[in-house]
Ligand binder design. Structure first.
Ligand code: OTD
Ligand code: ZN
Ligand code: ZN
Length: 345
């Protein structure tokens, strides 16, 4: 039986760090284990320009505790006014690694996102020309489409047409939640990757709704039925380099989750690696964990994998706080619903 596992230090290819007091509290939770992360730009106001991304990057580095080693990889929030030249210069200068596409209204702080996809064509074409990845929140916002179908419909109505119209555009389908998402990646061998979150490997929609509503399991895209969770697990553990970890760890203070109109987002930074080790072990795939957490993402983004290593050791129950305290209020840590035994060092 394996009880110790050494991996290259992982990266998180989709992370929400927020700003101010929340940033200060959640950043160490990620930096403790992860070397790099793709930082989501959905602040209020959003991080749209290269100058805004550079300033946000400085705030992150300033909030990083002494002695911690962490590199934020910045993204630009795509709007209908985004200037293609600002985007390509940001990529060339290393200020931003990717652009983030939010359909307007699809998720938290996405109001400035894209309504008319034709209006961002020049940006997408400029990105395709230089190989800059587009990270996509793949859900339609049409009120007539059932929330559980929004990802699959987005692939057909929006993503596939955009990719066909923009040859060479490199796309990351963020936080896929469906068997259709997995199948679309598999059917398109070039220029397409997908992140998978920790929580979508663990919960299905029953976990949110059965026996009382569980606000800390509510996120977007919402968890789907069990067959989809199983498809995600299979993809994450398949060894296919197009699937990699993006936790989508998305902190909200408890009063904003535990209320009549609760915010979407699961905060998983604190215990993500212990959960993933447990999940991969459950499916007898610990040998595939390093690819998912530490190798496939850098390969997609054209970056070297980290040289540093972490060790996961199986032992007594892993203790983690139910909540972390932040200057903005308490944030509940994701509860996977099963005990954790893999310690990270
Ligand atoms: N989903 N919450 C948030 C973002 C994500 O779609 C996402 O990336 C958030 O709070 O920023 C969430 O449920
Ligand atoms: Zn999203
Ligand atoms: Zn996110």
């Amino acid at each position: 039986m394996t009880d110790s596992l050494t991996l290259r230090r992982p990266d998180d290819w989709h992370l929400h760090l927020r700003d101010g007091a929340m940033l200060e509290a959640v950043l160490p939770e990620t930096a403790r284990h992860f070397a790099r992360a793709i930082i989501m730009p959905n602040l209020v106001p959003p991080v749209v320009t290269a100058a805004q991304a550079a300033a946000y990057r400085e705030r992150i580095l300033k909030a990083l505790p002494e002695g911690m080693d962490f590199t934020p990889l910045m993204t630009l929030y795509l709007t209908e006014e985004t200037d293609p030249e600002d985007v390509t210069a940001a990529y060339a200068n290393g200020i931003a690694q990717a652009v983030k596409l939010y359909p307007a209204g699809a998720t938290t702080n996405s109001a400035s996102g894209v309504r008319d996809f034709d209006r961002v064509r020049p940006v997408l074409e400029a990105m395709a020309a230089i190989g800059m990845p587009l990270c996509v929140h793949g859900e339609v916002t049409d009120p007539e489409i059932d929330i559980f179908d929004r990802e699959a419909v987005f692939i057909d109505r929006v993503l596939d047409p955009i990719r066909r119209a923009t040859p060479g555009l490199r796309v990351v389908m963020e936080h896929i939640t469906t068997a259709e998402g997995v199948a679309y990646v598999r059917a398109n061998p070039t220029g397409l990757g997908a992140t998978i979150t920790t929580h979508h490997l663990v919960i299905n929609r029953n976990h949110i709704l059965v026996g009382g509503i569980k606000p800390h399991y509510y996120c977007l895209p919402v968890a789907k039925r069990e067959s989809h969770r199983l498809a995600l697990r299979e993809a994450a553990m398949s060894g296919d380099a197009r699937f990699f970890l993006g936790t989508d760890s998305a902190p909200h203070v408890d009063p904003l989750k535990e209320c009549a109109c609760g915010c979407a987002g699961c905060f998983t930074a604190t215990n993500t690696l212990s959960i993933l080790a447990e999940v991969f072990e459950q499916d007898v795939r610990l040998d595939r964990l390093e690819g998912f957490t530490s190798l496939h993402g850098p390969a997609f983004y054209g970056l070297p994998p980290n040289e540093a290593r972490i060790t996961l050791t199986k032992g007594a129950l892993v203790a983690y706080p139910a909540k972390i305290e932040t200057g903005a209020g308490p944030v509940t840590v994701f509860d996977p619903g099963f005990p954790l035994h893999w310690h990270v060092s």
